[in-house]
Design a protein around this ligand. Structure first.
Ligand code: GDP
Ligand code: PGA
Ligand code: MN
Ligand code: MN
Length: 606
């Protein structure tokens, strides 16, 4: 066979043989017009953002430096869980919570989709690193994509480009990540601002540590270092190597006595991670600094404690609801520019706006690129998609912890699991021990949000907030959590808490003020660990009464707060069949220790 000549293919700035042959193989299959190796430079950012402006994908903002407004195709706005697959050799290794197809079958289907799919486009090769670059054992990846939007977003969200190519050297290991929007251009065909394909596949080959994505440009489907690598593939690596890859924020809490604590918290998408990660405490003397808002890799340190590293380099935050009161530090981060805003509204003077932001303008261009006035809002047509996002560099966050880039990570004192539940789940519950905490995580439930396609509001089990991200059998994943606890010195393990900021009163109002006021719950948790705060023992775990929380000056009614803290035994009894149904679904691989926890809970509830 004669080698195909594609401009750029032979100008590779590397001698890494496995990388070179993979890039050639993909180029020959997808037949792009040219191949470009992304270097991550400012010059490249300027060139690609200019190209995106030219294509009508980006509109430069006049009111924020080096920032862009972007509207996606209205059909391509969220992760597509129905189209996401774990292609292990055996279905039993994907388990009951994942879609499965045999790798050979999936590869056959996708190879035909990829054939010629980059015609008329540029193929970019993006070397990237998840986690600090100076990690002695860096987790490397290379994403091939035909989307400039992806290259630009990867620059914000990951460490990428030339320094990573240096780390790859001649033969370092990497995860190959192949992405295409799936819309080839015929000669002379006019491109659209947001190319994508009705047919979408987000697929993972865990045994091979390989990712193939087709048809979507949306962040969670297309920025393959994020959910696909750092959660689905990394969770498999973590199982094999004895660590945890989790859907968790990482924050640093500093007490008035200047004692430092690190907390990791797992909430499902659009349930408050980014907000908690950079919260401004309402209680005097306490400070929060941020290390991560979405993903944490937890490994044991030499001292036997669990250390967390955030593999990401940027925030991909939910825009609606973010404002100067709820999340001032996110507002300050985006004010500094260098950001991409997707599916929010554009103001007439060249700024962005979304539902919940201060100062609603009288006229906007909506995310659907239509004229929008407040009357449209009243008629139920929001200016911004509920899952619209800002993509902004972490380094710009004013409360970034200085150790955020330390490959050693930070020792975790507490793990929070939380969901969005209108009833039943109290504001905060402390687990009795690791196994009970794993039970809380494994039975975590939440109302579905707009972060994934499908009906919003339905309560579903979302174990450890990882339902869409566990790269293997959920029963094996629970066992892995139990085993991690068993392998450790129990006195050094983080304490596990279960929180719910979203309990509602009869008229639908939130019972707990949330946001900065969540610092009261952080303080209580830390003081429990220090043996300083009181709690009340209940059938579900240790729950504070209103008197046991620091509520001095709280912005909320005491009756509501008491209702947020209530352990309602009838509601919990009604929860039991739902947990049983969930455990049924997990099947034989459910650890017996979790079945024991359920039996013990039933006993205590009477
Ligand atoms: P993430 O996707 O888990 O990072 O969630 P975000 O922090 O982006 O929050 C998702 C949505 O929940 C946003 O609209 C927030 O304004 C809202 N939210 C976050 N924290 C709270 C809280 O403590 N109380 C209430 N009521 N809403 C919150
Ligand atoms: P989120 O991240 O958890 O901040 O919503 C994106 C996602 O999970 O899709
Ligand atoms: Mn997430
Ligand atoms: Mn977030």
């Amino acid at each position: 066979m004669t080698a195909v000549t594609i401009p750029g293919l032979d100008q590779a700035p590397t001698t890494h043989q496995r990388l070179l042959s993979w890039v050639r193989e993909v180029a020959e299959l997808t037949t792009p017009d040219q191949v470009v190796w992304a270097d991550g430079s400012e010059e490249e950012w300027a060139r690609l953002t200019a190209k995106l402006v030219e294509a009508g994908t980006f509109v430069p903002l006049k009111q924020k430096p080096n920032s862009f407004w972007c509207a996606s195709d209205p059909s391509d706005v969220a992760r597509v869980e129905e189209r996401t697959f774990i292609c292990s050799q055996k279905p039993d290794d994907a388990g009951p919570t994942n879609n499965w197809m045999h790798p050979d079958e999936m590869k056959a289907i996708m190879t035909e989709l990829y054939r010629g799919c980059m015609r008329g486009r540029t193929m970019y090769v993006i070397p990237f690193c998840m986690g600090p670059l100076d990690d002695p054992n860096p987790k490397l990846g290379v994403e091939i994509t035909d989307s400039e939007y992806v290259v630009v977003s990867m620059k914000v969200m990951t460490r990428m480009g030339t320094p990573v190519l240096d780390k790859l050297g001649e033969d370092a290991d990497f995860v190959p990540c192949l992405h295409s929007v799936g819309m080839p251009l015929e000669p002379g065909q006019q491109d659209v601002p947001w190319p994508c394909n009705e047919t979408k596949y987000i697929t993972h080959f865990p045994e091979e540590r390989l990712i193939w994505s087709f048809g979507s440009g949306y962040g969670g489907n297309a920025l393959l270092g994020k959910k696909c690598y750092s959660l689905r593939i990394a969770s498999v690596m973590a199982r094999d190597e004895g660590w945890l890859a989790e859907h968790m924020l990482i924050l640093k809490l500093i007490s008035p006595e200047n004692k430092v604590y690190y907390i990791a918290a797992a909430f499902p998408s659009a349930c408050g991670k980014t907000n908690l990660a950079m919260l401004e405490p309402t209680i005097p003397g306490w400070k929060v600094e941020t290390l991560g808002d979405d993903i944490a890799w937890l490994r044991f340190g030499e001292d036997g404690r669990l250390y967390a590293v955030n593999p990401e380099n940027g925030f991909f935050g939910v825009a609606p609801g973010t404002n100067w009161k709820t999340n001032p530090n996110a507002m300050r981060t985006i004010e500094r520019g260098n950001s991409v805003f997707t599916n929010v509204a554009l103001t007439d003077d060249g700024d962005i706006w979304w539902e919940g932001m201060e100062g609603r303008p009288e006229h906007l261009t909506s995310w659907k690129k239509r004229d929008w006035t407040p009357e449209d809002g009243e008629a139920g047509e929001p200016s911004s998609h509920p899952n619209s996002r800002y993509c902004t560099p972490m380094a710009q966050c004013p409360v970034l912890a200085p150790e955020w880039d330390d490959p050693k990570g930070v020792p975790i004192s507490a793990i929070f699991f939380g969901g969005r539940r209108a009833t039943t789940i109290p504001l905060v519950t402390e687990s009795r021990d690791w196994q009970h905490g794993v039970f809380m995580g494994a039975t975590l439930s939440s109302e579905k949000t707009a972060a994934a396609a499908g009906k919003v509001g339905v309560v579903r089990r979302d174990p450890m907030a990882m339902l869409p991200f566990i790269g293997y059998h959920a029963g094996d994943y629970f066992q892995h959590w139990i085993d991690v606890g068993k392998s450790a010195d129990a006195t050094k393990l983080p304490k596990i808490f279960y929180v719910n900021w979203f309990r509602r009163g009869e008229d639908g109002r939130f019972l707990w003020p949330g946001f900065g006021e969540n610092s009261r719950v952080l303080k209580w948790a830390i003081e429990r660990i220090e043996g300083k705060a009181a709690a009340t023992e209940t059938p579900i775990g240790h729950v504070p009464t209103a008197e046991e929380l620091d509520l001095d000056g709280v912005d909320g009614s005491m009756a509501d707060i008491r209702a947020a803290l209530e352990v309602n035994l009838d509601e919990w009894r009604a929860e039991i069949p739902l947990i049983e149904e969930w455990f049924e679904k997990i099947g034989d691989k459910l650890p017996t220790s979790l079945r024991d926890e359920l039996e013990a809970l039933k006993q205590r509830l009477g």
